[in-house]
Design a protein around this ligand. Structure first.
Ligand code: FES
Ligand SMILES: [Fe+2]
Length: 338
C-alpha cells in the first residue's frame, strides 16, 4: 500500500503561506510532483510544474522578469498560465504557442496558497475546511520545512490523545495525574470525529493557560490530509486547530496549521503570542517522535502495528486515507484515562 493518501492529486492542499511567496519563486513538492510558485506581474500567485519544457531545467531556480518566470538555463519565459512569452535569441515572429510549461491549479485564500495537481473527473472545487477564513474569528497560520515520516502517522498522532501524557508530558497532559474522560467515536461515510468529554481541563500548563474551563473537545479527520481539533467551554468554541499534512513523498510531508479563536476572547496579538509560544515546543516534540517512529518503521522494512484496546482511531483513519468509506455509527462513550 502506498503511504500517499488516495485522492491527493484531486484535493486542494496548501503549498505555502501567502506571506512566504514574495519576489523569489518557491520550489515545492506535492505528492511527488515538483512545482514552482511565483507571483506574476499583477501579484497573482501562479503555479507550474517545476520543469522547463525546453531542457527540463528546474524553473524554481529562475527569476520573475516582467511578470513572467524566466528559466535560468536558456532564458525562456513563462507567464502564470504557463504560456511561453519569450525565447531569447530567436528571430521575431517565431511561434511559441506549443512551447508552454504545464500549469497547476492554484488559489490564494485566507492567508494561504492552495494547489491541486489534477484536473478532470473527481477534481474538487476549492473549499476551505470549516471555520478557516471566518470573519468572526482570528486566524493564525504556522508552517515549517518538511517533517520526516508518513502523513498517516502524523494524522494518527494528532487524532490520538494517548501520546500527549508522554510526549507532551507537563505541556498538554501530565502522565502521573490522569483523569477520567469519556471518548465517543462518531463515523460518517467520508469523515469521522472523536468527541472527548471531561469534567476538568487537562493538567498541562499549555491547556490551563490557553483554554480556561473546558468540557468538550472534538478531533475530526477530513480526508485525505486535514485534522481539525475544536476545544469548547460551556460558552462555545474557545480554540480550533486545523492542520494539513501535505505529503511531499511517502516519507516526508509539509505541515501547515491554522489556529482559529473567536474575536471576543482577547486581542489578536496576545492570543497569537500565547498560541505560538506553545506551538513551537509541542511541534518540536511531535516532530522528533514521528521521525524516530519513521526510522524504526524503515529499519524493519515497513510498519507492523499491533492495535491495543485504546487504538480506536487507527482503523477508520486507515480506511478513509486509502479512499474507502465508513459505516455511519456512534461508538461510545468509552471511559478512558488521560
Ligand atoms: S532548459 Fe529552460 S530555457 Fe532551456
Ligand atoms: Fe502531539
Amino acid at each position: 500500500m502506498s503511504a500517499l493518501p488516495a485522492g491527493l492529486g484531486k484535493t486542494w492542499v496548501p503549498a505555502a503561506l501567502s506571506a512566504q511567496l514574495k519576489r523569489r519563486p518557491l520550489a515545492r513538492i506535492v505528492g511527488g510532483v515538483p512545482i514552482v510558485l511565483f507571483r506574476d506581474g499583477a501579484g497573482r500567485a501562479s503555479a507550474l510544474e517545476d520543469r522547463c519544457p525546453h531542457r527540463n531545467y528546474p524553473l524554481s531556480d529562475g527569476r520573475v522578469r516582467d511578470g513572467a518566470l524566466q528559466c535560468p538555463y536558456h532564458g525562456w519565459r513563462f507567464d502564470g498560465s504557463g504560456a511561453c512569452m519569450e525565447i531569447p535569441g530567436c528571430a521575431p515572429g517565431a511561434t511559441l504557442a506549443r512551447l508552454g510549461a504545464n500549469p497547476v491549479a492554484i488559489v490564494e485564500r485566507h492567508g494561504a496558497i492552495f494547489v491541486r495537481l489534477e484536473d478532470g473527473e473527481g477534481a474538487a472545487p476549492f473549499e476551505a475546511p470549516p471555520l478557516i477564513g471566518d470573519p468572526d474569528h482570528h486566524h493564525f497560520w504556522w508552517t515549517q520545512e518538511p517533517w520526516q515520516g508518513r502523513a498517516i502517522d502524523a494524522l494518527e498522532n494528532i487524532l490520538d490523545p494517548f501520546h500527549t501524557n508522554f510526549i507532551h508530558d507537563g505541556l498538554i497532559r501530565v502522565s502521573r495525574k490522569r483523569q477520567a474522560v469519556r471518548q465517543t467515536l462518531v463515523t460518517r461515510e467520508r469523515d469521522f470525529e472523536v468527541v472527548y468529554e471531561q469534567d476538568a481541563p487537562d493538567q498541562g500548563w499549555m491547556s490551563r493557560l490557553l483554554e480556561g474551563p473546558r468540557n468538550r473537545s472534538v478531533g475530526r479527520y477530513l480526508a485525505p490530509v486535514v485534522f481539525q481539533g475544536r476545544w469548547e467551554s460551556r460558552r462555545g468554541l474557545t480554540l480550533c486547530a486545523t492542520t494539513f499534512f501535505v505529503p511531499e513523498s511517502e516519507h516526508r510531508y509539509r505541515p501547515f496549521g491554522c489556529w482559529t479563536t473567536p474575536k471576543r476572547l482577547a486581542p489578536a496579538w496576545l492570543k497569537q503570542a500565547l498560541i505560538m509560544s506553545f506551538v513551537g515546543p509541542v511541534a518540536a516534540q511531535d516532530r522528533r517522535a514521528l521521525a524516530l517512529q519513521n526510522q524504526t518503521i524503515g529499519a524493519f522494512g515497513g510498519p507492523r502495528f499491533k492495535a491495543g484496546p485504546t487504538d480506536r482511531v487507527a482503523a477508520p483513519l486507515a480506511r478513509l486515507y486509502a479512499g474507502g468509506a465508513l459505516e455511519p455509527a456512534t461508538d461510545g462513550p468509552h471511559e478512558i484515562w488521560l
